[in-house]
Design a protein around this ligand. Structure first.
Ligand code: NAI
Ligand code: 13P
Length: 373
């Protein structure tokens, strides 16, 4: 059963004394998350692929490429050696691109403590398998679900690195483990709640990226707030329906990992997915957009596998379908929008219900649980 949004007391430095944790990946989110954990009082080592970046973090207390202008905390250790990063770490936070996670897991496997809990901070699905990141972890390392967690929420890295306050959800099927993760990751400017709905927590982070792409596209075209509000609102309905059909609790999608992250990503010019969409809306090709982006925009990679899963599950996602058509060049960006459906994609009568009604979600949940009601 999911226990949504149970607040966890903020870390105060002493609660985490002696708690050894590792962060794998030194991009914008890995570095910011390492700062949160350090500020929460954990003993943190961050791993960077490039020794020069590890050195910059360790010595200059900076990560100028990913977090310009941010001073990193003194206690944060950095290394490019996996064995050093992982030694004694009970919690291992993963902040690498979704498409490299499987290989990164194989690389870290020899150095993992046999009690380690692996926590995904990644908001993508694996393209070749359509797996969520917790599934990739279980598949690669053969870990039980009690040793796999996810953290997600409205978490634009640079804002948090500047200590602008926000929250997130730590999720694990074992509530005690979710609480352990949340305690480690609760700093004065970062409040972490817990739930046991890993599927909903992960899918919220994956799916909001697709809606943020749509928002970026219509922004690039020059449409205003009505268009964006319609896409956000209908986007949340698509996210919820897909997630529930995948086994999630609908309440998770109304929380920080769903609606919260959707709002942040759709509104922020710092969002890479939003920015990628905007470039596409302005007429740049997908290739040109990828070239211009210096950082990961997970949504572009997630669109095809999410649509594949949606079709398998009998879920219709008109906005995500339209994003796919724009990305593949078969629809003009100016035609994206729920109000602009062409004759071919006019919603079927059952899709015209303004929101997926409670009863419809309940039927989906029952179907997932094997009940016929
Ligand atoms: N930046 C943000 O605000 C947030 C990002 N996330 C998620 O965190 C994940 C990581 O994203 P960011 O740190 O933002 O990306 P980023 O683009 O800032 O950094 C990616 C990092 O991965 C490294 N990398 C690239 N290929 C690699 C490989 N083969 N093996 C290991 N490392 C490799 C890069 O060198 C870089 O350090 C993504 O799934 C993203 O959706 C989640 C919440 C917030
Ligand atoms: O996940 C994020 C905010 O919660 C970051 O979004 P982008 O990957 O679009 O920058």
């Amino acid at each position: 059963m999911s226990t949504n949004s149970i607040p966890v007391v903020r870390g105060n430095g002493t609660r985490n004394r002696g708690r050894k944790v590792a962060v794998i990946g030194s991009g914008s989110w890995g570095t910011t998350f390492a700062k949160i954990l350090t500020d929460a009082g954990c003993d943190v080592t961050i791993w960077a692929r490039r020794p020069e970046l590890a050195n910059e973090i360790q010595v200059a207390r900076r990560n100028t490429q990913y977090l310009p202008g941010i001073n990193l905390p003194k206690g944060l250790a950095a290394t490019s050696d996996l064995a050093t990063a992982l030694r004694g770490a009970r919690l291992v936070f993963l902040a690498v691109p979704s498409q490299t996670l499987r290989q990164n897991l194989l690389d870290i496997e020899p150095f993992l403590d046999r009690r380690s809990v692996l926590v995904s901070l990644v908001k993508g699905v694996e393209k070749t398998t359509t797996m969520r990141m917790s599934e990739v972890i279980a598949d690669t390392l053969d870990l039980p679900p009690e040793r796999i967690g996810a953290v997600s929420g409205p978490n634009i890295a640079l804002e948090i690195a500047k200590e602008q306050p926000t929250g997130a959800v730590a999720s694990c099927v074992d509530l005690a483990v979710a609480e352990e993760i949340a305690t480690a990751a609760s700093a004065p400017y970062f409040r972490t709640y817990v739930n046991t709905d890993v599927i909903g927590t992960e899918l919220g982070g994956v799916l909001k990226n697709l809606i943020a792409l749509a928002i970026g596209i219509v922004d690039g075209v020059g449409y205003g707030e009505n268009t964006k509000a319609a896409i956000i609102t209908r986007g949340l309905a698509e996210m919820t329906e897909f997630s529930v059909a995948s086994g999630a609790d609908p309440a998770t999608l109304s929380g920080l990992a769903g609606l919260g992250d959707l709002i942040a990503t759709c509104q922020s010019p710092l969002s890479r997915n939003n920015t990628a969409g905007r470039l596409i809306g302005q007429g740049y090709s997908q290739e040109e957009t990828r070239e211009q982006m210096q950082q990961v925009a997970e949504g572009i990679t997630s669109v095809p596998p999410v649509l594949e899963l949606a079709r398998e599950r009998g879920i219709v996602m008109p906005i995500v379908e339209q994003v796919q058509m724009v990305l593949s060049g078969t629809m003009a960006p100016a035609n994206l929008g729920p109000h602009l459906a062409t004759e071919d994609d006019v919603p079927r009568p059952e899709q015209r219900l303004e929101a997926p009604a409670e009863g419809r979600w309940r039927r989906l949940v029952n179907r997932m649980k094997g009940n016929s009601a």
